[in-house]
Design a binder for this molecule. Sequence first.
Ligand SMILES: Nc1ncnc2c1ncn2[C@@H]1O[C@H](COP(=O)(O)OP(=O)(O)OP(=O)(O)O)[C@@H](O)[C@H]1O
Ligand SMILES: [Mg+2]
Length: 444
Amino acid sequence: MDLQAFGQKLRELRRGSSLSQEKLAELLPVTAELISIWERAYQHRGRVWRPDRVSAVRLVEVFAGYLAPNEAQHWLAQIDYSLTRDEMHRIFPDYTPPPQEERSRFNPLTLLPEQFLFGVGQIQAKAGRALEHPDAPWLIALDGIGGIGKTSLAGALVRELAAADRFFDVAWVSAKQEGFSPGAGLEAARRPALDPATLTNALLEQLGDLFLLNRSLTERQAGLAALLKKQPYLVVIDNLETVADYQSLIPLLRRCANPTKFLLTSRHALHAYDDVFCLSLPELGRADVLALLAYEAQVRGLTALAEATPAQLDSIYEVVGGNPLALKLVVGQIRALPLAQVLDNLRQAQGKKVDDLYTYIYWQAWNALDEAGRQTLLVMPLAQNGTLAQLSALSDLDPIELTQALECLAALSLLEVSADLEQPRYRIHRLTETFLLNEVIKWQ
Ligand SMILES: Nc1ncnc2c1ncn2[C@@H]1O[C@H](COP(=O)(O)OP(=O)(O)OP(=O)(O)O)[C@@H](O)[C@H]1O
Ligand SMILES: [Mg+2]
C-alpha cells in the first residue's frame, strides 16, 4: 500500500479539475478534513487513513475525465483496491478489456485438441442442459475411468457453451495428482493436489482480478466469491481425484456457486454430495467403437485398418472394449505392427482386468519404440505442454532426431499435439504418464 503516492495523485487530480477540498468532499460525500488527510497521507500514532472502497470508486468516477482506465486501476492499486469489470465499463464506457490471452495466463482450450467425439451425444446433451439451466445444479461432475473421455467432453461442453454466450467467462483449473522428480519417479500427492488457496489464486489469476492476489486468503476468497456470485462464470476443475481434494474444495465451491456453475471431472464418482449432479461416462458401444476405428483409420491413413474385415474390427472391440484412449493406443500400434500381430498380442491379454490391459497396451507400445522415442517419452512428464525448444533442452537428442521421435510418438497415440499452429505444444495423457512412471521405469 502506498498512501503517499495515492494522496499526491489525488491532490493533482483535484487541482487539475479546479475543485476545492470542500467541493470534492460534497461530491463523495465525506468531510473536507478527510480529503485533506488522504492527500497528505496523514498519520497519527501509527494510524493511517485509507479511503473506504465506496469512496475510492467514487473518486475514480469524479476524475474519470482525467484518468485513463489503466491509470485508474493503477491508482486504486496503491491503496489495494481494484475496479471490477462492471465498474470499469460503467465509469469508462469506451473501455475495451484486454484480449483473453492477456487476461488469462493461458487459454487451456488451445491446449486441448479439438476433436470429434463418438458416442457422447446423450451425455453431452444432459450435461449441456444442466449447465445451461439458469438454476441448480450449480456443481456438475463427469466421472469415469482413465481415458474414457472426461476431459475431452468437458472441452467440448466449454466450446459449445462459449459459442452460445451462456457464460460471462470461462476458467479451467487442473488438479495435478502426481509430482515427478527425475530419479525418484512418481510421487503420489499426499496433500490435496488442489487446495482452496491454490484454486482461489488460479481463478483470480485467470479471471483477471490480479489486484486481489496481494490480499490475505480470507479477503481473496471473499473477493473471488463476490466475483463469481456477480455474474455467471463457468469454472472447470479437471482431475479432481482424491477424497481429500473434493472434501477440502466443496465448501468453497458452494460459496462461490450460483449463478456461476462448476464442471468437475473425476475418476471417482462424487455421489456422496447431494448437490453435485453426477454423470458417469460409460464405455462406447460396439457401433461407436467401429465408427471411431473407421475414423482413425481414415485420418491417420492406416490402410490396414481401413481394409480390416468386420470380424477383425469386432475382435478389436471384444478385446479392448469401448475405452477411447485404449482404442487409440491400439490403433497407434497398427502403424508399427501388422494388424494380425496386434490382434494376436491383444488376445493374450484377453480377459484381464482393465488396468492389466492398459499395462499390456503400454508395454507393447514401449516395445515398438526406438531409443530416441523412449528417451523422448521419458522426458515428457518434465515438460507437459512443452514446446519443441523446451523438449530439446531436456533431451539429449538433436533437433532432427527429436522431431522424428515426436512424430513417431504421435503416430502411436502416445503423444498429443496441441492445435496451436504457431507453436505446437506436446503433452502425454495423464494415464500414459502414470504408466510411464509406475511401470515403464521397471521395464527399462
Ligand atoms: N468419445 C470419444 N471419441 C473419440 N475419442 C475420444 C472420445 N473420448 C475420448 N477420446 C480420446 O481418448 C483420449 C482420452 O480422453 P480424455 O483425456 O478426455 O480422458 P479422461 O477421461 O479425461 O482421462 P483421465 O482420467 O486419465 O484424465 C483422448 O486422446 C481423446 O482424444
Ligand atoms: Mg482427463
